[in-house]
Design a binder for this molecule. Structure first.
Ligand SMILES: Cc1cc2nc3c(=O)[nH]c(=O)nc-3n(C[C@H](O)[C@H](O)[C@H](O)COP(=O)(O)OP(=O)(O)OC[C@H]3O[C@@H](n4cnc5c(N)ncnc54)[C@H](O)[C@@H]3O)c2cc1C
Length: 278
């Protein structure tokens, strides 16, 4: 059953927000979970985090950065159009409870999946310190919503065009050095950022989760494409994650695997050798 797009907004260059009619998923979803979708029947399957939910309207929110073919096909759909396939909620929810003070650290498009986690942590009674990073002011999204979902909200930009100049880890290190209490941390964003946050919190002894954006095909544990090494053990991001103990993730392997198909992805035209044969 195709899924109707109820609302479409552009949040920044190449970043769209969609509210999609999916009542079953809206009812069951918890913070941290994702879906797998195909925009149309020729599309690949891709995973996107459920960035919000309106239970009464039976709608879920998806926020996507256009980085290649499938996110482009999704961005080409408009309000009233239908997404061909959508499966979920998938993955384990975020372990939401009252830890005390929780640091939610998001970078780039990673701030979209961080929004529901920050909101749920605040609802659970935590003092939520949200630190978001963007390369520059224009690329920062969801500022008002993240501010509302947090007790404290800190912005960093690489070029200093907005908020504090520098990286999210600079702010985190300073807070730890000023012995500000942090009982739990969550990191979502580019792999180098998550790796750097994990190094800072490991040294400070702060339990930390990272939500991994591995390449995923089926999302149900069948293909193994999203495998990662956690504490020396092979895990599947789709059925064991997407969040893992950040101090146990082999981030270098993850970075390498994300680039597996870079050559094919950068190829203009895909000449399918199977066309008309299957
Ligand atoms: C659990 C999970 C949640 C995610 N949530 C979001 C989100 O909320 N918003 C968002 O913008 N992005 C999210 N992503 C990343 C998103 O799935 C990819 O950007 C998307 O699949 C790119 O597909 P493409 O065809 O447009 O690009 P392609 O040209 O195919 O690939 C561009 C790059 O995207 C990555 N990628 C490609 N295919 C996949 C795939 N099947 N799975 C994961 N990464 C892939 C690779 O790094 C690749 O180099 C999430 C990924 C995971 C695993």
């Amino acid at each position: 059953m195709p899924y109707k797009i109820l609302e479409k907004k552009t949040l920044a260059d190449n970043v769209i927000s969609l509210w999609v009619e999916a009542p079953q998923i809206a009812k069951k979803r918890k913070a941290g979970q994702f879906i797998i979708l195909r925009p149309n029947d020729k599309s690949e399957r891709i995973p996107l985090t459920i960035a919000g939910v309106k239970k009464d309207a039976g709608a879920i929110r998806l926020i996507a950065q256009v980085v290649g073919d499938t996110t482009r096909e999704l961005a080409d759909l408009n309000e009233g159009d239908f997404i061909r396939d959508l499966a979920g909620p998938l993955g384990h929810p975020t372990p939401i409870k009252n830890y005390g003070t929780v640091a939610c650290i998001g970078g780039g498009i990673g701030v979209a999946p961080m929004l529901p986690i920050a909101a749920a942590m605040k609802e659970a009674g935590n003092h939520v310190v949200t630190i978001v990073g963007a390369r520059t002011k224009e690329l920062l999204i969801l500022e008002d919503e993240l501010r509302e979902a947090s007790s404290e909200f800190i912005i960093t930009t690489d070029d200093g065009s907005y908020g504090e100049k520098g990286f999210v880890t600079d702010v985190l290190k300073k807070r730890i050095a000023d012995s500000a209490k942090i009982d739990f941390a969550a990191a979502i964003g580019p792999v180098p950022m998550m790796k750097a946050v994990a190094a800072v919190t490991k040294e400070a002894g702060i339990p930390t989760i990272a939500s991994l954006n591995t390449i995923m095909i089926d999302g149900t544990g069948m293909c193994g494409g999203c495998r990662v090494t956690i504490g020396g053990e092979v895990k599947y991001t789709c059925v064991d994650g997407p969040e893992f103990d950040a101090h146990q993730v082999d981030f270098d392997e993850l970075q390498n695997r994300l680039g597996t198909y870079r050559e094919q992805e950068n190829k203009e035209e895909h000449n399918c050798k199977l066309e008309g044969k299957v």
